[in-house]
Design a binder for this molecule. Structure first.
Ligand code: HEM
Length: 443
């Protein structure tokens, strides 16, 4: 009896080692099938890595949403109000007005930004310890930071809960680990609509109150919170898995931590692909051009690997400014905040400053260990063990437990992602939020 069951047992026990990888590949095939193969991958056969930045920076690589089936999917995940999300607005007066307000709200002097981050860490993390998920741990912190950037006053607990519920729902659906819960998101929209007059700078004129609330929700209470929480989860995972780097970051100067942040965002860029729709032809040579209306898919992870020795290795030394044998930072294939000529991230200056302070504050309080798998999409939300500095550390048993739990969670999670992801891609194609929006405007 036992002998006949052995092969079944062997398959079951080995599931964590082979099933998640196959499901990811299957999911990619299903997504491609539903979405169609409309995109031109960059780098790829048509545009090599050496012309990546040139094509990304080309004035004709400017369309954001209209004309790409892929946009329906992003709009679905970012709803409500995806048509007011800065990232997805087409160039024009409306975009300029919105981008100006975002720049204003993010233009905080360095010392103030550092102080704000310190204050919010103290309020949200307190004496956190034990087994945590780093992304979840980070969300209340960045919810409070964003709230203060927008309203210039401390974030009430009820508002923080609304913001975290909204951001969590967006990122969970983006990673296909859960479905959208629109009611949760709309509760935040209603709250923001009631507070528009309290924003510390005038909001873009010419927008309805609902559009103004959608704009704030999209940029500051969805993108800012999600991106900062993800970036910090990656940074803390890296520190947890490289004890020597962690020790040096704790005791060394700030420049070293900046190198660690740069290398973390090189290996784990927050964008997998950023897409653009060409508004005119982009010449490649005398005979060939990328035609207007093409969907260019800029692949960040691939670009960040090209041109580095042993690109999969984590090595903050790649960003040492004092090494004369290394290329200058701007010559490296490293664009964690996008390209300057084509709608880069408006938080490119503020984000690393606040990340550094948050990391310093956490390192001052505890040591970090993790045996979980660390991938760019981080669907496990960064399992980590936090031990207060100075307390007795016996992480072995906890890390063994974390490793086994993480591998098994990966099995059921990848199955859930396959089912939920396929449903959401289908539902987004059915709803055609972006296509319908532009059809209505063209009528
Ligand atoms: C470490 C954290 C962050 C990283 C790595 C990051 C990365 C990026 C990247 C790569 C882009 C450009 C994508 C493209 O070319 O399509 C972008 C755009 C954007 N980011 Fe960030 N981001 C971060 C934090 C933030 C924060 C804190 C905000 C706060 C408002 C923010 C708001 C935006 C907006 C509004 C855009 C669209 C810009 C436009 O089209 O005008 N990001 N981000």
């Amino acid at each position: 009896m036992l002998i006949t069951l052995l092969p079944v047992l062997a398959v079951l026990v080995s599931l964590p080692w082979w099933l998640p990888g196959r499901i990811v590949a299957l999911r990619a095939r299903i997504f491609a099938r539903i979405n169609g193969d409309e995109g031109i991958p960059v780098p790829g056969d048509l545009v090599g890595v050496e012309r990546f930045k040139e094509v990304y920076s080309h004035p004709a690589a400017g369309g954001r949403s209209k004309g790409a089936a892929l946009s329906d999917l992003f709009w679905y995940w970012l709803a409500p109000g995806p048509e007011m999300h800065q990232e997805h607005l087409e160039a024009g007066e409306r975009y300029d007005a919105v981008a100006r307000v975002t720049r204003g709200l993010l233009a905080v002097p360095r010392a103030e930004a550092e102080e704000l981050t310190r204050r919010c860490v103290a309020r949200t993390l307190g004496d956190v310890r034990g087994l945590v998920r780093l992304r979840d741990l980070m969300m209340p912190l960045w919810a409070e930071v964003s709230y203060e950037l927008v309203f210039a006053e401390p974030c009430p607990r009820a508002a923080r809960d609304l913001i975290v519920a909204n951001a969590n729902d967006v990122v969970t659906s983006l990673k296909c680990t859960g479905l959208r819960h629109m009611e949760r998101r709309l509760r935040l929209t209603r709250y923001l609509t009631g507070r528009l007059t309290r924003v510390r700078l005038p909001l873009p004129p010419g927008l309805t109150p609902e559009e103004q609330a959608y704009y704030l929700q999209g940029a500051f209470f969805n993108t800012a919170v999600v991106q900062m929480s993800e970036a910090m989860a990656h940074l803390l995972m890296v520190l947890a898995q490289h004890p020597d780097v962690q020790e040096r970051a704790r005791t060394g100067d700030a420049r070293y931590l900046d190198q660690v942040i740069s290398e973390t965002l090189r290996l784990y860029p927050l964008f997998g692909i950023a897409h653009r729709i060409t508004t005119g032809a982009i010449p490649l040579d005398e005979r060939n051009a990328i035609p207007a209306g093409s969907v260019l898919c800029f692949n960040y992870p691939e670009f960040h690997r090209a041109g580095f020795d042993d690109p999969g290795r984590f090595d903050p030394g790649r960003f040492r400014a004092d090494d004369v044998h290394r290329p200058a930072a701007k010559e490296l294939n490293h664009i964690p905040f996008g390209v300057a000529a084509n709608r880069p991230c408006p938080a490119w200056r503020l984000a690393p400053i606040t990340m550094r302070v948050a990391a310093q504050e956490i390192l001052r309080r505890c040591s970090l260990d993790s045996s979980a798998v660390h991938t760019r999409s981080l669907p496990n939300r960064g399992p980590c063990l936090l031990t207060p500095l100075g307390a007795a550390r016996r992480p072995r048993a906890a890390l063994a437990y974390m490793r086994v739990r993480d591998r098994w969670e990966d099995v059921w999670r990848s199955l859930a992602q396959l089912v939920l992801g396929t449903y959401m891609v289908w539902d987004a194609r059915r709803q055609r939020l972006c296509e319908r929006h532009f059809d209505d405007r063209d009528d």
